[in-house]
Design a protein around this ligand. Structure first.
Ligand code: HH2
Length: 338
C-alpha cells in the first residue's frame, strides 16, 4: 500500500529566505523546506524541490480574494456576538442597537471584516431555535452591511439562518460545523454566492468535548477538512470561495489545540486561506492560569502572531484594536516585498 504523505511547509521570513525560496500561499512568508509527515514512521524534512508538482502548486499559489478581501496580508475578523451567553462577551451586545454600535467600533478600530453570531457554540452550549437566531442577527447584519466598507460574515450552522443573513447583506457564511450540522447548508451557500468558512468540529457543541479523540489530531483534522471541501465543491461551492479553519477549542484538549497550532501551516496544502479563532479561549487560560476570558488578550495576541508567522490569513478576534496594533508592529518588523 502507498504511504499517504502530508506536507507542512516550514515558514521563513522573507528577509532570511534565499532567492530560490517559494512563496507560502502567495503571501508574506517563504519556505525552502517541508516537513513530510506520515501516519506511520517519523516525519522527515525534505527540500522544496522534492515536492510533488501539485503539492507545490497548492502550497505556493496566491489565494483568491474572500468576500472581496485580498488575501495578500493578514486580515482581522472582529467578533460581534448577539447572544446572551457567549463565553467571553455574552449579553454585552444582545440588543441590535448595541451590537451595531459594537460592530461600528470594531470597524473603526481596524477590523477588515465582522463576524455576526446569534448562537453560542462554547462547549456544552444549548442549541438556539432558528427563528430566535434569525431574529438576533438579521437586524444587526442589515444595520452593518454595506455601510462600513467591511464585509459581514454570519456565524451559523443553519441553512435558514444563512439564507436570512445573506439576504440581509452577509458576504460570508461561517459554519462551525463545517457543513456537518445541516444537510441543506451546502446547497444554500452554493446558491447564495457567499463565501464559506469550513471549520472543523467533531460534534455539536453540547457533546463535542466528549468526542475529543483522535489518532493524530493534526492529520485527522486535515483529512476531515479535505472531505468537507470535496463535499462543498460537489454542491457547487468553488474552492476559491472557501476558507478552512481547524476549530481551536471545538472538541479538543489542550494537547490537541497545541499540536494544531504548532502545525497550522500544514493546512495551506488544502489550497484555501486559513482562518483561526483563538481569541480569549480556554486553552489560553489553561496555559497561563488566567481564569477570566477578557483578561486573556495578551495570550491571544501571542498565538495570533505565531499564526501570522505560519501564513494564516484571517484572525477571528474580540480585541480588534489590540490585534491591529500587534499586527502593525509585526509588519513593520517583517515588511513584505512589493
Ligand atoms: N470560535 C467561536 C465561534 N465561532 N468560528 C470560526 N470560524 N472559528 C472559531 O474558532 C470560532 C468560530 C467561539 O468563540 P465566540 O464566538 O467568542 O464564543 P461563543 O461561541 O460562546 O459565542
Amino acid at each position: 500500500m502507498n504511504t499517504r504523505f502530508y506536507w507542512r511547509p516550514i515558514p521563513l521570513f522573507p528577509e532570511e529566505a534565499p532567492a530560490f525560496a517559494a512563496p507560502l500561499a502567495g503571501g508574506w512568508m517563504r519556505f525552502v523546506a517541508v516537513e513530510r509527515i506520515a501516519r506511520t514512521g517519523p516525519p522527515r524534512i525534505v527540500s522544496v524541490d522534492e515536492l510533488p508538482r501539485e503539492v507545490f502548486a497548492r502550497l505556493t499559489a496566491p489565494r483568491p480574494a474572500i468576500a472581496g478581501l485580498a488575501m495578500d496580508r493578514p486580515r482581522i475578523m472582529g467578533i460581534v456576538n448577539v447572544t446572551p451567553d457567549s463565553f467571553s462577551d455574552g449579553g454585552l451586545h444582545a440588543d441590535p442597537a448595541a451590537a451595531i454600535a459594537h460592530g461600528e467600533a470594531l470597524a473603526e478600530a481596524g477590523a477588515d471584516m465582522l463576524d455576526v453570531g446569534g448562537e453560542s457554540t462554547r462547549p456544552g452550549a444549548d442549541p438556539v431555535p432558528e427563528d430566535v437566531e434569525i431574529a438576533r442577527i438579521r437586524p444587526v447584519i442589515a444595520g452593518l452591511a454595506g455601510r462600513l466598507g467591511v464585509p459581514i460574515s454570519a456565524d451559523t450552522r443553519k441553512a435558514a439562518v444563512a439564507r436570512a443573513a445573506t439576504g440581509a447583506g452577509a458576504a460570508m457564511v461561517n459554519d462551525v460545523s463545517g457543513l456537518a450540522h445541516d444537510p441543506e447548508m451546502a446547497a444554500e451557500v452554493a446558491g447564495s454566492g457567499a463565501a464559506l468558512c469550513l471549520m472543523h468540529s467533531p460534534a455539536d457543541p453540547k457533546v463535542m468535548q466528549a468526542r475529543a479523540r483522535y489518532g493524530d489530531v493534526l492529520l485527522d483534522v486535515y483529512d476531515w477538512l479535505e472531505r468537507q471541501l470535496e463535499l462543498a465543491e460537489a454542491a457547487g461551492i468553488h474552492r476559491s470561495r472557501i476558507v478552512v479553519d481547524p476549530g481551536i477549542g471545538f472538541g479538543k484538549t489542550l494537547a490537541h489545540n497545541l499540536r494544531l497550532l504548532r502545525g497550522l501551516s500544514l493546512f495551506h496544502a488544502l489550497g484555501c486561506p486559513i482562518l483561526l479563532g483563538v481569541s480569549r479561549k480556554s486553552f489560553i487560560g489553561d496555559v497561563s492560569g488566567e481564569a477570566t476570558p477578557a483578561r486573556r488578550v495578551a495570550g491571544s495576541l501571542a498565538v495570533a502572531l505565531d499564526a501570522v508567522r505560519q501564513g494564516v490569513q484571517i484572525l477571528r478576534v474580540h480585541d480588534v484594536a489590540e490585534t491591529r496594533q500587534s499586527l502593525d508592529l509585526w509588519q513593520a518588523l517583517h515588511p513584505s516585498e512589493g
